[in-house]
Design a protein around this ligand. Structure first.
Ligand code: PLP
Length: 385
């Protein structure tokens, strides 16, 4: 199998699995328990919190562990809204992950108005639109750090400055960037940040919300005093330990990984673009995650290409994991002004540290034949002028 779907989820690094293993059995006590086994589990959670704080340049007491990116996004949006009554506007972007978009939709039930900032053809946020729509009624600006489908990286610092000028809180969904590129919550003036372990070689079902000191938010789950009373429920100790280890590895390896992945990704794109006519790259040419390649293949459907690739042992995606499987075109590509037919013909290859040159070359060898066959039977291709 050739796995090229790392933005959906990455395999867990064997070093992470090794670090987690004792916490399923040998050190399996509840970290809230007041006996030595409990203290060991508590120490392990604290150690992971420190690894995360080091990677993100945050304080240790600014980190709240969650079940993943989705929960962190939910707490950031609902939690800040429910902690105050004055401001009633939330600004987000048209290309957010559904964890943000559907949470914002839900907030309309509570009287919040939602403004979606449009993006340009590369997926970059329209800062002028943001400046004209933000006001003293704006509670929160939630804009992702990098997009999961096309990899475009947003000008986070400029966005946070605009938010702060109006007294609004700035939240970023950094699920696709933490562990891949440097993130510094202090220098980037980020108030709240969501991350997820399984996107950078950590385990699934664990993530975190980073909340800068002074930002108020209500908890969504009530119960015990876990996570400073902000997220009740016994901690997922093995998961948290794994997330901590993934942070430690990323701190040492992400910069070298990024350079290697960019070369691999560009090799893939150049190889395919030379062999297949009428491809169009989606996403920003440079301000883009080094591992992400999204393009449209004119005249055919992304889904049919995916099936054929899968039959040959190649795993890719036609958009985000949540929308693929539905036959709707990607909301991200449509927001970028990609025409419907081209949006339906999109493919996303997202690479990771376990990919090799020979895997990439195999795709360059296989995909052109698949496209040729599908185009022969495509009515759109037959009727092209
Ligand atoms: N936000 C972004 C940008 C994502 O790519 C994802 C996962 O695909 C999520 C949020 C959701 O994260 P999780 O799977 O940890 O809930």
């Amino acid at each position: 199998m050739i796995y090229l779907d790392y933005n959906a989820t990455s395999p867990t690094d064997p070093r992470v699995v090794k670090t987690m293993t004792p916490y399923f059995y040998d050190i399996s006590a509840n970290p809230s328990s007041t006996h030595s086994a409990g203290y060991k589990a508590r120490n392990a959670v604290d150690h992971a919190r420190k690894n995360l704080a080091d990677l993100l340049h945050s304080r240790i007491d600014e980190i709240y562990f969650t079940s993943g990116g989705t929960e962190a996004d939910n707490i950031a949006i609902k939690g800040t809204a429910f902690a105050q009554e004055k401001r009633k506007k939330i600004i987000t972007s048209a290309i957010e992950h559904h964890a943000v978009l559907t949470t914002c939709d839900y907030m309309q039930k509570f009287g919040y108005s939602i403004v979606e900032v449009p993006v340009d053809q590369y997926g970059i946020i329209d800062l002028e639109f943001l400046k004209t729509h933000i006001d003293e009624n704006t509670l929160l600006v939630s804009i992702m750090h990098a997009n999961n489908e096309v990899g475009t990286i947003e000008p986070i610092q400029e966005i946070s400055k605009i938010a702060h000028r109006h007294g609004a809180i700035f939240h970023t969904d950094a699920v696709q960037t933490v562990g891949k590129i440097p993130v510094d919550v202090a220098a980037m003036e980020i108030d709240m940040l969501s991350l997820s372990g399984h996107k950078f070689y950590g385990p699934k079902g664990v993530g975190a919300l980073v909340v800068r000191k002074g930002i108020r938010f209500d908890p969504l789950s009530h119960g015990g005093h876990h996570e400073g009373g902000k997220r009740a429920g016994t901690e997922n100790v093995p998961g948290i330990v794994g997330l901590g280890k993934a942070c430690e590895i990323a701190a040492h390896e992400m910069s070298a990984d990024e350079k290697r992945l960019k070369k691999l990704r560009d090799r893939l794109w150049n190889g395919l673009n030379n062999k297949i006519p009428e491809l169009k790259l989606n996403g920003h040419p440079d301000k883009r995650l080094a591992n992400t390649l999204n393009f449209s293949v004119r005249y055919i459907e992304g889904e049919s290409m995916l099936l054929q690739l899968d039959a040959q042992g190649i795993c890719a995606s036609s958009g985000s994991a949540c929308t693929s499987g539905s036959l709707e075109a990607s909301h991200v590509l449509l927001a970028m002004g990609v025409p419907h037919d081209m949006a339906h013909g999109s493919l996303r290859f997202s690479l990771g540290k376990f990919n090799t040159e020979s895997e990439v070359d195999k795709v360059i060898q296989i995909l052109p034949g698949i496209v040729e066959k599908l185009r022969v039977i495509s009515p759109l291709y037959k009727h092209k002028e």
